[in-house]
Design a protein around this ligand. Structure first.
Ligand SMILES: NC(=O)C1=CN([C@@H]2O[C@H](COP(=O)(O)OP(=O)(O)OC[C@H]3O[C@@H](n4cnc5c(N)ncnc54)[C@H](O)[C@@H]3O)[C@@H](O)[C@H]2O)C=CC1
Ligand SMILES: O=C(CO)COP(=O)(O)O
Length: 329
C-alpha cells in the first residue's frame, strides 16, 4: 500500500507532482517497484506529449515510462483518494503548488531549496495547514535512479506512520529508503550541499586541483553542520546520506547542475542548464543574508554568493577563503 492505494493499478495511485528530472525518475522507480503512479505535469501540452511518447525527452531522456505511470495535468485528479503525494517541483514553485492541495493530504517535499523568503519548505507546509509533512533527500541523481542504478535515500518526518508509508511506497531492490525523525537535518543537508557543490565546480573550473577540492568540500561540510545545528537539526544527520552522502554525490558528479554551474561561472561563462533548476544559486543568496543578519560565519556560502552575484571575481572568492585569520581546525 502506498500513497493511499494498493499496488499495480488497483486503487488510488501514488501522486508524483512535478515532471522534471527528479519527479520523472521517482515515478519510474516506484512504478518499476510495482507501485501505480500518477505523474502530474503543470503544462497540459507537456503532459499530453509525455503521455503519448512515454519518455521525458526534455528532462530525463532515454528512460521509458512504465505502463503503471499515468500522466496528467489535472492536479485534482492526480491526488484524488491519495493519502500522500510527492511534491517534486523546484523550491520556487512549491508555495503555489501547496496552496492548491487539500490540507488533509500528506505532503512529501522533495525539492532541495528554500521558500522565497528563506523559510524551510516543511515549515511553510505546516503554516499552510498541512499536518502530515515529510521530506525526501539523499544522494540521488535522477539520471541514475531513472536507470535503476543502486541508490539510497532518506524520508524524514515527525509523523512516523507517514515516513513508513513513504518508505513502503518507494523502496525497491535498487532504491533503498531509510527513515529519520530529524526533519531539519535531512531537509537542510540537501539544501546546503548545492551551495558547496557550486563552490566545488568553481574549483574545477579554475583548475585548482584535488587538494583544494578536498579542503573546500570538508570545510563546506563544517559549514553545513554549523547551519543545521543552529536550526535545531542533529550533526549526526549531516554526516549521513542526506548530508555528506549528497555532498559527495553532487560535488563530484558529472550529472550535477550545481557543480556544472559553478564550473561555468569560474570560466566566465553564464551557466547554461537548458532551463533546468540550479537551486544553489538562490540558496547561496538566502543563506548569506541569513548569516550576515545572525552574525554566523559561513565563509564558503559568502564567497559563492558574491561570485555568483558577480560582485567578486572567482579569484577574490579564493582569496577570501585562503587569507582568513589562522586558527585551529
Ligand atoms: N535532478 C535531480 O537529480 C534531483 C533534483 N532534486 C530536486 O528536485 C527539485 C526538482 O528538480 P528537477 O526535477 O531536477 O527539476 P528540472 O529542472 O528537471 O525540472 C523542473 C520541473 O518543474 C517544473 N516547474 C518549474 N517551475 C514550476 C512551478 N512553479 N510549478 C510547477 N512546476 C514547475 C518544470 O516545468 C519542470 O517540469 C529541485 O529542488 C531539485 O533540487 C532532488 C534530487 C535529485
Ligand atoms: O540533488 C541532486 C543529487 O542528489 C542533484 O543535484 P543537482 O541539482 O546539482 O543536479
Amino acid at each position: 500500500m502506498a500513497g493511499g492505494g494498493s499496488v499495480t493499478g488497483a486503487g488510488p495511485a501514488l501522486p508524483v507532482l512535478g515532471a522534471g528530472g527528479w519527479g520523472t525518475a521517482l515515478a519510474v522507480s516506484a512504478a518499476r517497484g510495482g507501485q501505480a503512479v500518477r505523474l502530474w505535469a503543470r503544462r497540459p501540452e507537456f503532459a499530453a506529449r509525455l503521455s503519448r511518447e512515454r519518455v521525458n525527452a526534455e528532462y530525463l531522456p532515454g528512460v521509458a515510462l512504465p505502463d503503471d505511470v499515468e500522466v496528467t495535468a489535472d492536479l485534482g485528479a492526480a491526488v484524488a483518494g491519495a493519502e500522500f503525494a510527492l511534491v517534486v517541483v523546484p523550491s520556487v514553485g512549491v508555495p503555489d503548488l501547496l496552496a492548491d492541495l487539500p490540507r488533509d493530504l500528506g505532503v512529501v517535499l522533495c525539492a532541495k531549496g528554500l521558500a522565497p523568503d528563506g523559510e524551510r519548505l516543511t515549515d511553510l507546509a505546516h503554516e499552510l495547514g498541512f499536518t502530515r509533512v515529510a521530506v525526501l533527500s539523499g544522494p540521488n541523481h535522477a539520471e541514475e535512479v531513472g536507470r535503476g542504478l543502486p541508490a539510497a535515500t532518506v524520508v524524514a518526518s515527525t509523523d512516523e506512520a507517514l515516513a513508513l508509508g513513504v518508505q513502503r511506497a518507494l523502496i525497491t531492490p535498487t532504491l533503498r529508503v531509510y527513515t529519520s525523525a530529524d526533519v531539519v537535518g535531512v531537509e537542510l543537508g540537501g539544501v546546503l550541499k548545492n551551495v558547496i557543490a557550486l563552490a566545488a565546480g568553481m574549483v574545477d573550473g579554475l583548475g585548482l586541483g584535488d587538494n583544494a577540492k578536498a579542503a573546500l568540500t570538508t570545510r563546506g561540510l563544517r559549514e553545513m553542520v554549523r547551519y543545521v545545528v543552529s536550526q535545531g537539526g542533529a550533526d549526526d544527520t549531516v554526516y549521513g546520506l542526506s548530508g555528506l552522502g549528497d555532498l559527495i554525490a553532487t560535488a563530484t558528479s558529472r550529472h550535477s547542475r550545481n557543480r556544472a554551474a559553478g564550473e561555468a561561472i569560474a570560466r566566465g561563462e553564464h551557466p547554461g542548464q537548458g532551463g533546468k533548476v540550479v537551486e544553489g544559486l538562490r540558496t547561496a543568496d538566502l543563506l548569506d543574508s541569513w548569516a550576515t543578519a545572525h552574525g554566523v560565519d559561513l565563509p564558503i556560502v559568502r564567497a559563492v554568493h558574491r561570485v555568483t552575484a558577480r560582485e567578486w571575481t572567482p579569484a577574490r572568492g579564493v582569496a577570501h577563503l585562503m587569507e582568513r585569520e589562522a586558527k585551529p581546525e
